[in-house]
Design a protein around this ligand. Structure first.
Ligand code: PLP
Length: 361
């Protein structure tokens, strides 16, 4: 059945472009003339191996990934990576540096602490995570195994604008802004991102790792979660999340057809500027985030009059503007504007916000 016109602002799983949904539906019964659905494909079949090769090649082209980096398709989401990073990258007793920038960085830190010593290089706690600690405040340990940052704090609405050149491998959780802006890839040791936001459906986590960081799995680490083992077996040590990989492949091609990463970045700026301007131009809405650190991907704001948030959310939903509730731990309103969100969705939200203020302001 057809769906009604509706914009989905969920933080994830997020909306897919209409044309990608249609392509999935069309191709579902008979994928690539195999006589079966992609859901029924053995991951060892020639057709599926080919899909994995193409998906990696498309990702490499979009992000200009240098040859000395490997692309891994893993399971367990970014949350599993929180624990897998220290297990795979650190030597016994070695510690890691972490930037405490918000909700997701804290999750990454608490998981890492279960396996290794963690040194918090700077924290945004004093500003209640409304600003990012500036680079010159980071207290880096030159002996750290790596330095971890969260490039975009999905719940707090903050984005790291610059990635420093460090003497230790820079590791970034890019789950919510992967493929939304060009990256200086050579500055990173490792990047990881769950797929369910900018590039597909849940179940797949992409890891991009510099070759020299691959090493034999330490005792106690399940082989399926070893970067080296998955790299050696082209991410087919065990069954990869085949459907999520297929959708990711479609999304990468959609991005390629629509101007690639530079065009995604320009669209993200256009969308978020429109929305931040609407918030800034009114005393009815408030965005406490420091302007220079505001995320173009997850726009978080509050209503200044108490007790109106639920009404806002209910009326927005009635107007086809779905899932605008802020992160459970943070509250307020959050509009997640991933790559598939058209500018018309933000224009409609801004129109709604202006009307809502007129009615309730
Ligand atoms: N890191 C960031 C920045 C996120 O936004 C999320 C999910 O919202 C996660 C990690 C967790 O991802 P997953 O649920 O795939 O483990």
């Amino acid at each position: 059945s057809e769906r009604a016109e509706r914009y989905n602002f969920a933080s994830g799983p997020a909306m897919l472009p209409k044309e990608v949904l249609e392509q999935i539906r069309e191709e579902l019964p008979n994928w690539r003339n195999t006589g079966s659905s992609v859901l029924e494909q053995p991951f060892t079949s020639t057709a599926f191996k080919q899909l994995m090769v193409e998906t990696e090649a498309d990702l490499r082209t979009l992000l200009t990934i240098p040859d000395n980096y490997r692309v891994l398709f893993m399971q367990g989401g970014a949350s599993a990576q929180f624990g897998l990073l220290p297990l795979n990258l650190l030597r016994s007793g070695q510690s890691a540096d972490y930037l405490e920038s918000g909700h997701w960085a804290r999750k990454a830190i608490s998981e890492a602490r279960r396996h290794s010593p963690v040194n918090v290089i700077a924290s945004g706690t004093e500003q209640a995570f409304t600003a990012l600690p500036p680079l010159d405040h980071w207290q880096l340990d030159p002996a750290a195994g790596y330095c971890h940052v969260t490039s975009n704090e999905t719940g707090n609405g903050l984005q790291l604008q610059e990635f420093p050149e460090l003497s230790v491998p820079l590791v970034a959780d890019m789950t919510s802004d992967f493929l939304t802006r060009p990256l200086p890839l050579e500055r990173f040791g490792l990047i990881y991102a769950s797929a369910q936001k900018n590039l597909g459906v849940a179940g797949l986590c992409i890891v991009i790792i510099r070759n020299d960081l691959l090493r034999a799995p330490p005792p106690g680490l399940p082989t399926a979660f070893s970067y080296a083992a998955q790299a050696e077996q082209q991410s087919r040590f065990n069954t990869p999340p085949t459907f999520a990989l297929y959708v990711t492949g479609l999304m990468l091609r959609w991005m390629g057809r629509n101007g690639g990463v530079p065009a995604m970045a320009a669209a993200a700026q256009q969308r978020s500027r429109l929305l931040y301007r609407c918030v800034e131009n009114s005393d009815f809405y408030l965005c406490p985030q420091r302007p220079a650190d505001r995320s173009p991907i997850n726009v978080c704001f509050q209503l200044t009059k108490p007790g109106l948030t639920e009404t806002f959310l209910t009326e927005a939903e009635r107007n086809g503007l779905a899932n605008l509730r802020g992160h459970a731990a943070i509250g307020g309103i959050r509009a997640s504007l991933y790559n598939p969100m058209p500018l018309s969705g933000v224009a409609r939200l801004v129109e709604f916000m202006t009307d809502f203020e007129r009615k309730h302001g």
